[in-house]
Design a protein. Structure first.
Length: 353
């Protein structure tokens, strides 16, 4: 049985020149995958032909006449470009033609269109962006929210913790993943009122056995692997993510330039080549590309806009794995059981969409 994934091939900084090679590489590597390539039909066929993959049995093209530019306002993507590659790819998930969607397009537009087309799960007020970062334990640290919600109330962060817990349980096979609340200190008295109130909600859930709340954590705990999940608002999460990515590239550039500085340092690089290669793999941000938009009634994954084909292929892999492990079904079931009523729902009597 094959798993179908819809790919927004026109999204991102590079479009088909990156998304098509990544799709070809992944489908050749994964025999259970079937990819639906969404975008300008002539452009996609030309790119496939260029890579001698125009006759591939598990690659098909779905025409979409428009594309969402990286600088398009959300309103344009949502209301004017109804036949964009982004929207068509998401609608395929809604219609059951694809198990998941991947896009490197405009983050704001992707979230808005996904939320409009797929709607949110019952009990979820706001979807969140969740991705993974490497840690010292040679495993992933899941972190959310990474930019979808810059202003949050305690019940929003509470929901993020529940969604993150369900995701990690499904993807990593951990029955009770540990949750850390990102703060400026580990003491309970530290932090602003939103964080303090969120910690209270999480402690109550921990006492009831619903969540495995470790407590407050600091920025350095992300890479120590202190907890399986780190919860924060989208403003803090996005700044952290961009800073980490920038630092990783800075360290790589410094090491490269220093090892090329003289014949002696070049010799040292040659001797340490194996170790340097392994270090590069562990710290390569491309390997951690592919963030899940949690809380929607369908699987949508966001790739970095500037991703190369290697990086975009990792985003496809994450979406495929999520579909393979029935993450959406597990999210729907467990979130319905765990998600408490929120102040918004108490006032309206229904879940906000």
């Amino acid at each position: 049985m094959t798993i179908k994934i819809s790919i927004d091939c026109m999204g991102g900084d590079h479009g088909p020149s990156v998304t098509i090679p990544a799709a070809i590489s992944f489908v050749n590597r994964e025999p259970q995958a079937e990819l639906i390539l969404v975008g300008l039909e002539d452009v996609l066929h030309a790119e496939l032909k260029k890579h001698k993959a125009d006759k591939h049995p598990r690659l098909s093209v779905q025409h979409a006449s428009e594309l969402v530019e990286m600088d398009d306002p959300v309103e344009v993507a949502l209301r004017r470009k109804k036949d964009s590659s982004m929207r068509v790819a998401i609608e395929m998930v809604k219609d059951g033609k694809a198990a998941a969607c991947v896009s490197a397009g405009n983050t704001g537009a992707l979230m808005a269109v996904s939320r409009y087309v797929l709607k949110t799960m019952p009990g979820v007020d706001r979807p969140a962006i969740c991705s993974i970062l490497p840690n010292q334990k040679n495993g992933p640290t899941y972190m959310l929210d990474l930019g979808a919600n810059v202003d949050c109330e305690p019940h929003h962060l509470h929901q993020f913790a529940i969604m993150g817990s369900v995701l990690v349980s499904a993807m990593e096979g951990i029955a009770r993943p540990t949750i850390g609340l990102l703060n400026v200190g580990t003491e309970e008295i530290k932090g602003n009122e939103v964080v303090k109130s969120t910690a209270k909600l999480l402690r109550e859930d921990h006492e009831r056995g619903i969540l495995n709340f470790y407590g407050n954590v600091e920025g350095n705990d992300i890479f120590k692997g202190t907890t399986d999940i780190i919860v924060c608002d989208g403003f803090v999460g996005n700044v952290t993510l961009k800073a980490v990515e920038g630092l990783g590239r800075f360290v790589k550039d410094v090491m490269t330039s220093e090892f090329k500085r003289s014949p002696l340092t070049m010799l040292g690089a040659l001797v340490a080549r194996g170790a340097l290669k392994n270090i590069g793999k562990r710290f390569n941000p491309s390997r951690y590309n592919g963030a899940s938009l949690l809380g929607l009634r369908g699987l949508v994954f966001k790739s970095h806009g500037g991703a190369d084909s290697y990086s975009f292929e990792w985003a496809i892999k994450r979406s495929f794995d999520a579909a393979k492990y029935n993450v959406q079904e597990q999210l729907s079931t467990l979130i319905a059981e765990l998600m408490p009523r929120t102040p918004d729902q108490d006032l309206t009597g229904s879940t906000s969409k």
